[in-house]
Ligand binder design. Structure first.
Ligand SMILES: [Zn+2]
Length: 142
């Protein structure tokens, strides 16, 4: 008697059957193989059962399922490939770091030269030699 399991390609879990089997063999009581395939919920349940002394049976059943290729991952895909199923291409993350733009130094505040003075009316800089402010036309007070 022989059973042939036809597994659709897209139903193959990317998790390796080898890893799942080994984890179940050695750490099955801790739910390691279920953690591995993403079934963390049932993995915790298995772990708790182990503390009660029943986890070994569950792990053994899982072991049979892994061997027969009927063990599934958290997405219901069969962990049936010894090397893991089709791997999704790792997303290409290109991080381009741009140096911060060079901050142009702020324009220096108008420096009052010896022959200049600030207009008392508008604050603009005017030549001391001039009588009236070039900006507002007010008479410069010297
Ligand atoms: Zn002025």
């Amino acid at each position: 008697m022989s059973t042939t399991v036809h597994v659709h390609q897209s139903n193959v879990s990317p998790y390796s059957k080898t890893n799942t089997l080994l984890l179940c063999l050695f750490l099955g009581g801790f739910g390691a193989h279920r953690f591995y395939v993403g079934k963390s919920g049932s993995a915790v349940a298995l772990l708790l059962l182990t503390f009660c002394g029943f986890g070994g049976i569950w792990a053994f059943i899982d072991l049979i399922m892994i061997l027969t290729g009927s063990f599934t991952d958290n997405f219901g895909r069969y962990v049936s490939s010894w090397d893991g199923g089709p791997q999704r291409a790792a997303p290409v993350v290109s991080v381009t770091t741009h140096p911060p733009p060079q901050q142009a130094p702020p324009p220096p505040p108008p420096q009052k030269q010896a022959d200049e003075m600030f207009c008392n009316t508008c604050g603009a800089l005017s030549k001391k030699a001039e009588t009236f402010c070039r900006n507002c036309g007010a008479a410069l007070q010297k």
